[in-house]
Design a protein around this ligand. Structure first.
Ligand code: GTP
Ligand code: MG
Length: 561
């Protein structure tokens, strides 16, 4: 038997050391990743990463001098028997009635004090903690100093609580020794639900075929080969596979040696956590991928957004009002004074829209002013066009990103949609529409109009005075002649004609200047409205794209060994 029992079939695959600082750096990278994606990716997808970060931090803080090894396996495989045999004490009840072990037992090699915090965290009750330290042992057990061996309940238990306890503990321990027996080593539960899940923890996994004594010696290599084949299929190629016999000390030698090596290396905790980080990184990889996001929203989509924003904000209506207001005001300043008063009676097209707003020209549109204009609200069609333009910006910006991100980008792009109508209104209200000052040429033309009108009035007065003097039989005024035309008549008719002429000549210039004023106002409004698009749509999108880039870099760092 001794030629089989305790025989190590594979060399222990633990030569690759895990550097603690490198592991801490990888955990920091996972933390950075989680910060970057917080609120952007579904929380459910991030639970394993949060768990590993939290668990690893605590495990590394608690003790790096201890190695927690769990004996796990189906009921009756002999976990408690191996536990007692290694401890050389009857600590955990071994039974015929199955399942026997309902709560986890722990045996600590070395002083218990140092291990207590770790066992509190793992959740082993104080009354199930034992110390393997005896004056009688001399130095026999020093090679295992630092080992905390756990005897777990069965994972294939009829008792659900056993399975939950096993699953919980398998997430916390540094190394797992899977105990199988010749009858049940090929059971699907252990392979499908457990061993396969551990393929990233190969370097902290040991498999023992216990009760090897129950097989004819010649059968043991064949069963081990068969088990090895199953382990290969589970993705556990190269894990140490030993045959053990719990009832014979000689049948424990191989397992004990393996445990001594594990304890001496002080690497199991680091390797286990490194395997956890590997698993987490692999799981997150498809959430993040390696796509490089475009530098930001693309120009065509932004141009479409700005057009939709301008329409929704009423930029065409306001700039048209600017043109009409220009004509109105220019007419009032430069028109024929005889009809000017009548023009003034008509309402100013811009004032009807309550423009410019109370903040005056060039105020900051982001200031929280109450919406001040009477520009008509966006129509349903304009609002839906704006919605489509925002979606187009998001779609183009998220193009090529893994599946979870387009949703995040779209919701960022739409996140401030409700605040936009007021922001657009404020932007319009605060834009300098270019009509605040009267152009000099209006005043010059207006002055000319007043002069010629004055001439006509003087001519009229002169004529009226002449008629009145004549009617009263008083001596007539001496009317100087300009050519054939008396001076008062020339002043009256010339003044009237000149006024009409100046008004007629000015009209096309006013029209041209009004169109220019409209174009300039439109341009200024478009710039202001685009600023709202930048703040309310593009900046949130850029923030998400930035988070994506940070998450991708962090995950790349977390995956670096
Ligand atoms: N012949 C032989 N019998 C063994 C060996 N290991 C365990 N047994 C017996 O197998 C039975 C079950 O052993 P336990 O140690 O209680 O098994 P367990 O895995 O702890 O079972 P649970 O606590 O129910 O999960 C007991 O009767 C043991 O005496 C072994 O190597 N050889
Ligand atoms: Mg047991």
């Amino acid at each position: 038997m001794s030629n089989i029992a305790g025989r190590v079939r594979e060399v222990f695959r633990g030569d690759q050391r895990v550097d603690a600082d490198a592991l801490i750096a990888r955990l920091d990278a996972v933390r950075r990743f989680l910060t970057a994606v917080d609120g952007l990716l579904p929380d459910a997808d991030l639970v394993p990463a949060h768990t590993v970060v939290e668990r690893a931090g605590t495990r590394l803080e608690l003790s790096r001098d201890h190695t927690v090894v769990a004996l796990a396996g189906a009921t009756g495989s002999g976990k408690s028997s191996l536990f007692n045999a290694l401890a050389q004490l009857e600590l955990s009840p071994v039974g015929v009635r199955r399942p026997t072990t309902g709560v986890t037992h722990a045996c600590v090699w070395g002083p218990l004090e140092g291990a207590n915090h770790l066992l509190d965290w793992i959740g082993v009750l104080p009354r199930h903690r034992f110390v393997r330290e005896s004056a009688l042992d001399a130095d026999d057990e020093t090679a295992l100093h630092g080992l905390i061996l756990l005897d777990l309940p069965d994972f294939d238990s009829v008792q659900r609580s056993h399975r939950l306890e096993v699953d919980r503990l398998l997430g916390l321990v540094d190394q797992v020794v899977w105990v199988v027996d010749p009858q049940k080593y090929a059971d699907r539960v252990i392979h499908d639900s457990y061993l396969r899940e551990f393929h990233r923890h190969r370097d902290v996994t040991v498999v023992v075929l216990n009760q090897a004594d129950r097989l004819p010696p010649a059968e043991v290599p064949r069963v081990l080969d068969d088990l090895r084949r199953l382990l290969d299929t589970d993705g556990l190629t190269g894990v140490p596979l030993l045959a053990t016999t719990a009832i014979d000390p000689a049948g424990m030698v191989g397992l004990r040696d393996a445990l001594e090596r594990t304890v001496a290396e002080r690497q199991a905790a680091l390797r286990r956590l490194a395997g956890d980080v590997d698993t987490v990184v692999a799981g997150l990889d498809e959430l993040v991928g390696s796509a490089r996001p475009a530098g930001g929203p693309d120009d065509a989509a932004v141009a479409g957004l700005n057009r939709a924003l301008a329409n929704a904000a009423g930029v065409p209506a306001v700039s048209e009002a600017v043109e009409r207001a220009y004509r109105h005001r220019a007419g009032a300043s430069t028109g024929w004074p005889v009809v000017r008063g009548w023009r003034r009676l008509r309402p100013d097209p811009l004032r009807r829209l309550h423009l410019p707003g109370p903040a005056g020209a060039d105020a900051d549109p982001s200031e929280s002013l109450v919406a001040a204009t009477s520009v008509p609200d966006a129509t349903v069609a304009q609002r839906s066009a704006l919605g489509l333009a925002i979606r187009a910006v998001a779609d183009r910006a998220a193009n090529g990103l893994p599946a979870a991100w387009p949703t995040a980008v779209t919701s960022a792009a739409r996140s401030r949609l409700d605040d936009m109508p007021d922001a657009l209104d404020r932007a319009i209200a605060c834009t300098d529409l270019g009509l605040s000052r009267q152009p000099v040429w209006w005043r010059v033309v207006g002055g000319v109009q007043w002069l010629v009108t004055l001439a006509a009035v003087v001519g009229l007065g002169w004529l009226v005075l002449g008629y009145a003097l004549r009617a009263l039989g008083l001596p007539a005024l001496d009317n100087p002649m300009v050519g054939q035309v008396p001076m008062p008549t020339l002043l009256l008719l010339g003044g009237l004609l000149a006024g009409l002429l100046v008004a007629a000549l000015t009209r096309p210039v006013v029209r041209w200047a009004a169109r220019r004023a409209r174009a300039r106002a439109r341009q200024r409004l478009t710039v202001r409205v685009a600023e709202v698009g930048e703040e309310y749509v593009l900046t949130p999108v850029r923030v998400v794209l930035g988070s994506y880039a940070q998450a991708r870099d962090a995950l790349r760092d977390a995956g670096r060994h």
